[in-house]
Design a protein. Structure first.
Length: 386
């Protein structure tokens, strides 16, 4: 396919993707509830003459066969996450969320629209496509993460390489942020139970104050990162939810704390968790409470494959921003990369000269100009030899 024809197809796909993006944005759905979303995805793919698969109730997979190569073609895959967040939208856009308390505050609507735009471009260039392409529309990335479930169902069978991407409001639309090596860190989800003994607030000596114990535990845990972790290592301990007590004048007998431990790798996460256990044991003895932390494996680290990064680099020529900083955000795309090589990159989605609100905020917005950049970059990956 000549460059002019390729560009024209990308521009047409981007125009259609804009309408899809706005429709998705106006009706966001939480993880594992994306029924209207997958209905729209299926409709658009069927209009292209493609057959779809539904490995999960709210997951869609489609295969696009290239006709430009031999019989031993390789397969590359792309993932788009499709779920929204329980956040009330404050951004004043014409296509703002029509669902109270729910919005696409992480750009998954843009990811979905871009992948549908890619499907249109690929269907128009099958004769130039020397590989097969699998598109994965994944639910519930923000929740428990469905990537692992899809992997167990065999979603990567026959796939040789996989690519994922995410909008990034800190980068201007039209740019591609490309990290090497570790992109996202690893995590552990933690829940801490503090058990004491309730008593009247005027007689603290007759009880064991679980709120006080929880406060001390939270405070001391912050010293792990600042004092126990080496300055050349990246790790975080965050507590985002605390519940306990029955009244302001009653010492609480029980408190629950929810948090997350993050590190650049599994070893750092394990170290932070072990120190939290030590603190819990010591405080339990000192305050005569029972402080019990429980940890669950969160997302694994997202680590890019060098050859796959080079493919993105080639496709993003002229738009590339090399990124060297490590992010301690997490993404279940790691489940795919543990099975097959691939790369994860960032799609600039910010407005130039504007103070762009960050991901997971009520005023988050996507500059729709990024849709064309995303489609063109993904299609450019598909035209390369594996």
């Amino acid at each position: 396919m000549d460059r002019q024809n390729f560009k024209a197809q990308v521009e047409q796909a981007a125009r259609e993707a804009k309408g899809i993006f706005e429709e998705l944005h106006s009706w966001p759905e939480l993880g594992n509830e994306e029924f209207k979303t997958v209905t729209l995805i299926g409709k658009k793919l069927k209009e292209l003459g493609l057959g779809i698969e539904r490995p999960l109730a709210t997951a869609v997979v489609v295969n696009i066969k290239g006709t430009g190569g031999g019989t031993l073609k390789k397969t590359i895959a792309f993932r788009a996450d499709i779920d929204a967040l329980p956040i009330a939208e404050e951004a004043m856009v014409s296509y703002r969320s029509r669902r109270a308390g729910i919005m696409h505050a992480c750009g998954h609507d843009a990811h979905t629209a871009i992948l549908l735009g890619l499907a249109r471009v690929l269907c128009g260039m099958r004769e130039a496509l020397q590989c097969d392409v699998r598109l994965i529309f994944q639910p519930d990335e923000e929740g428990n993460g469905s990537a692992e479930r899809l992997v167990r169902l065999g979603i990567l069978k026959g796939v040789d390489r996989i690519f994922g991407f995410h909008v990034r409001p800190e980068l201007n639309a039209g740019s591609i942020g490309l990290p090497y090596g570790t992109v996202h860190g690893e995590s552990r989800v933690c829940r801490i139970e503090v058990k004491g003994e309730a008593s009247h607030g005027a007689r603290p000596d007759q009880g064991k104050d679980a709120v006080y114990g929880a406060a001390e535990f939270i405070s001391i845990c912050q010293s792990i990162v600042s004092r126990d972790l080496g300055p050349d290592k990246a790790g975080l301990i965050s507590f985002g939810k605390i519940e306990g007590g029955t009244g302001g004048n009653i010492l609480a007998g029980q408190v629950h704390i929810d948090g997350i431990v993050r590190g650049e790798n599994a070893q750092i996460c394990d170290f932070l968790c072990s120190r939290m256990n030590v603190i819990a044991k010591g405080l339990s003895q000192v305050l005569e409470l029972r402080i019990t932390p429980e940890f669950e494996q969160g997302c694994r680290a997202v680590v890019n494959d060098e050859a796959s990064v080079e493919m993105v680099k080639t496709a993003a020529a002229g738009k590339l921003i090399e990124m060297k900083e490590l992010s301690l955000t997490v993404d279940d795309f790691s489940a795919y990369l543990r099975k097959v090589p691939g790369a994860y990159f960032f799609l600039g989605s910010g407005y130039e000269g504007k103070n762009n609100s960050g991901l997971h905020t009520s005023r988050f917005q996507v500059n729709e100009e990024c849709l064309e950049t995303g489609i063109e970059t993904l299609a450019g990956i598909c035209t390369q030899k594996l």
